[in-house]
Design a protein around this ligand. Structure first.
Ligand code: NAD
Length: 455
């Protein structure tokens, strides 16, 4: 029996003079061997038939009751989130609380979206289950990201196999085992393992892949799903730009970019990754960014004053360091912090003078770094903001004219004087940041097959 061990990210340390590291184990789970996948899929297929035959209202009752069971384990879930991926406990409780409190509303919204629509006296649209949906989720919001895909997939009458991130198996284990106290057997199953299991699952006899994760993995999944024309919904990485115009409320822009660059230690898909500020206000903007950024406290999740946790693992830590070192070598100016931090933390870092050839400009960083460039003409800022394969979120701070700038940005979600994305709107990545989307009626319907019935 193979096991997957979960480590405390705050405990990673180097041993000896080489690249070897060690960390404290939090716990472990049994992994699913790839050879066992056909058995899991056969049981998911059998369970799906009965599940799909239930009226929507009954599926909704099951799902709502299943999510109510999470109340009893909410503290344990929040602690596991903090322990496994390092975010501070307060934020972990928001993630759990949000998932539980929204569950009944989320289920009823999905139920309504998937109810038969009458187009006229002769035509109806039916939303039919697809079969088996593989949900593959990341570690940065280990509960919320799995939940966003899993709930509509289940409610649509599919059976679901969740392959959670190998960084956060314990959160997934508690989440799924708790839901399964109520759900019919095998409607929702867990496949614990690393990306090789994810790859095998995508290639297996399933009908849809609902994925949240990196752009690289998304491309691989799309290629692997192609021969079976499997349905795909993919929410991928981002490299979100923020443009700060001369007419902006500088304090509001500063508060936004610092909070958004450091949220979840920068490990958020819609983190602010690069900032283009009008050179006429750049000195004041940078000064204020440094002042605010230097107040952030880095440390372990259980210390109340901490708001930036560790990088999730040494690979992510190294990736951020490499981007900082690259910026330094190419002339970036460090206004706060440096390009050299020991495991496992990255201190709040502010770098200005970012140029298009730097990794900080064109790669997703996923660390607590504020990366600033100055612009003379707004067209230059727009062109650099759009010069990316990514297109998840984008933000403009400014007075009159900000909306016109925002309309030129190539992103799925654009915010004017506020963050990108809205609670009552779909979650959308443009360009290589996504394929399809979830949330709202249009998003929920992507987990179903439309059938046009004409009488
Ligand atoms: P990742 O792509 O490395 O892994 C995500 C999941 O996919 C894991 O469960 C992993 O085991 C699995 N996986 C990896 N390669 C696979 C493959 N080829 N086939 C099948 N499964 C595979 O991503 P991560 O490091 O866990 O998460 C961080 C990334 O997720 C960032 O790029 C971030 O921007 C993105 N993200 C996007 C959103 C969004 O809504 N757009 C939300 C959260 C995170």
């Amino acid at each position: 029996m193979a096991v997957l061990t979960s480590y405390d990210p705050a405990s990673y340390r180097k041993i000896g003079n080489g690249d070897d590291v060690e960390a404290t184990a939090i716990g472990s789970v049994e992994t699913l061997a790839i050879e066992q996948l056909p058995t899991v899929i056969a049981s998911a297929k059998a369970a799906q038939k009965d599940w799909a035959s239930l009226p929507m209202a009954e599926r909704e009752q099951y799902v709502v009751k299943a999510y109510q069971q999470l109340v009893a384990v909410q503290d344990e879930l929040a602690t596991l989130i903090s322990q496994e991926m390092g975010k501070d406990y307060r934020r972990a409780t928001y993630e759990v609380g949000g998932t539980i409190q929204n569950a009944a509303y989320f289920a009823s919204e999905i139920s309504e979206a998937l109810t038969t629509e009458k187009l006229d006296n002769h035509t109806e649209l039916h939303y039919r289950p697809l079969g088996i949906v593989a949900v593959i989720s990341p570690w940065n919001y280990p509960l919320a990201m799995a939940n966003n895909l899993l709930m509509p997939a289940l409610m649509a009458g599919n059976s679901v196999i969740l392959k959670p991130s190998e960084e956060t198996p314990l959160v997934a284990e508690l989440f799924i085992n708790t839901l399964n106290k109520v759900l019919p057997k095998n409607v929702l199953q867990l496949a614990q393992g690393d990306k090789t299991l994810g790859q095998a699952l995508v290639a297996a006899d399933i009908n849809m892949v609902a994925f949240t994760g990196s752009m690289a993995a998304g491309k691989h999944i799309m290629a692997s799903a192609a021969p079976g024309l499997k349905r795909l919904v993919m929410e991928l990485g981002g490299n979100d730009p923020v443009i700060v115009m001369a007419s902006a409320n500088i304090d509001a822009a500063v508060r936004f970019v610092v909070a958004s660059s450091f949220e979840n230690a920068g490990q958020m898909c819609t983190s602010t990754e690069r900032i283009y500020v009008d050179e006429r206000i750049a000195d004041e903007f940078e000064q204020k960014v440094v002042m605010l950024a230097s107040r952030y406290q880095v440390g372990k999740w259980d210390q109340p004053q901490v708001n930036i946790g560790p990088m999730v693992n040494p690979t992510q830590h190294l990736k951020v360091l490499q981007q900082l070192q690259d910026a330094k070598a190419k002339g970036g100016v460090f206004l706060l912090g440096s390009d050299d931090y020991p495991l496992p933390f990255i201190q709040p870092t502010v770098v200005s003078g970012i140029t298009p050839d730097m990794l900080l400009e064109h790669e997703e960083t996923f660390g607590p770094v504020v990366a600033i460039s100055r612009f003379k003409q707004i067209d230059e800022a727009i062109s650099r903001a759009n010069d990316s394969h990514y297109g998840l979120g984008a933000v403009v701070f400014g007075g009159q004219g900000a909306k016109a700038v925002a309309e030129q940005l190539e992103a799925g979600m654009v915010g004017v004087n506020q963050g990108a994305g809205a609670g009552n709107a779909p979650w959308v990545g443009a360009k290589h940041s996504g394929l399809g989307f979830h949330g709202t009626a249009a998003g929920h319907r992507q987990f179903a097959q439309v059938r046009v019935m004409s009488y």
